[in-house]
Design a protein around this ligand. Structure first.
Ligand code: HPA
Ligand code: ZN
Length: 327
């Protein structure tokens, strides 16, 4: 099916083979001796146990070309999975804190988006994420460094360690981003409580919630999400690998879809969680026994939830309808 991917951290698409290749070229030492040793460390118990390895993997990225190569590798896989539009997260602070200029990060990623459009006819744009375990002042400093690149990204987001770092910690920087006309999203309710989803909505004024799977603990929140068609970018394999749900059979995405929530399926950090977007679809559909109607609704939701014009959304939904009619 043609679809959009709206929750993918580009640093989470870095495959172990590329990590080792870049480590060698850039003379960065890693705490793992081989691709196999690194892969065998991918046994996560929660979000933090993943983030520790994810930041170690990202330490091999130094030059503009590294960011370009990483993004082209992701976009090629996304195209193979029939992704026609991707909104890609990146974490500048993971790189600027190691002395990498923000221009290397953004120019490399943006050049890949431009070239992928020419090469594969895929539409891709970038969302700059702030690391929530760092201070709001650090986020503001990063945002100011990114302003000269304003035309190269479409929005800002919030990721990293959730519990203890509520959305309201970032009120000022999100207000600045909104004032510049950027889109705003935030991870909320992955491990954190429904209260974090409320404050992402009411304090940060986000347009989508990333994850949001804890919403079903709060009936009033569910009613609000349904009535407002507030999208949730859900990542089933991520939730399984980080033990948010004990297994995919227990995942609530099917129940939320039935209840009328605008949920979408995404890969989050595909190199770490055992699969790209189609793997997420196939394994979730197998585990939950979802049908063609659910597949259509999820693809349709991915276009509805994307940050493009109403006209572009309609074109993509027509493309989806044509695919379904001729399947
Ligand atoms: N949650 C929070 N931060 C992240 C994630 C995630 O799933 N992936 C990469 N950074
Ligand atoms: Zn994420």
């Amino acid at each position: 099916m043609p679809k959009a991917e709206l929750h993918i951290h580009i640093e989470g698409s870095l495959e172990p083979e590329l990590i080792f290749k870049l480590a060698k070229c850039n003379k960065v030492s890693l705490p793992y001796h081989s691709v196999e040793a690194l892969r065998s460390a991918y046994a996560f118990t929660d979000l933090q146990s993943f983030l520790d390895i994810y930041y170690a993997g990202a330490s091999v990225l130094l030059y503009e070309q590294d960011f370009y190569d990483m993004a082209m590798a992701y976009l090629q896989r996304a195209v193979n999975d029939h992704v026609i539009h991707a909104e890609i997260f990146f974490d500048p602070q993971t790189h600027t804190d190691r002395g990498v200029p923000i221009a290397h990060v953004i120019n490399g990623l943006h050049r890949a988006c431009v070239d992928a459009q020419i090469k594969w006819n895929v539409d891709a744009s970038l969302i700059l994420c702030f690391l929530r375990h760092l201070s709001e002042d650090a986020a503001i400093e990063t945002f100011e460094q990114a302003i000269p690149h304003r035309h190269q990204f479409i929005g800002v987001g919030l990721d990293s360690s959730e519990v203890g770092h509520p959305p309201e910690k970032f009120t000022r920087v999100f207000a600045k981003a909104k004032a510049l006309g950027l889109h705003v999203v935030a991870h909320a309710g992955e491990e954190g409580p429904p209260a974090y989803i409320w404050s992402a909505l009411d304090v940060l004024h986000v347009e989508r919630i990333d994850h949001g799977v804890q919403s079903d603990q709060d009936d009033a929140l569910m009613a609000r999400l349904i009535a407002s068609r507030m999208p949730l970018t859900v990542c089933p394999l991520s939730n399984q690998k980080l033990c948010v749900f004990p297994d995919l059979q227990q995942h609530n995405i099917g129940r939320m879809l039935d209840a009328g929530v605008c949920v979408t399926i995404n890969s989050d950090d595909p190199a770490y969680f055992g699969g790209y977007i189609n793997d997420n679809f196939v394994q979730t559909f197998d585990a939950l026994g979802l049908d063609e109607k659910a597949a259509y609704q999820l693809a349709c939701n991915s276009f509805e939830a994307s940050f493009v014009s109403a006209e572009q959304k309609n074109k993509w939904i027509q493309q989806l309808d044509y695919f379904v009619e001729t399947f």
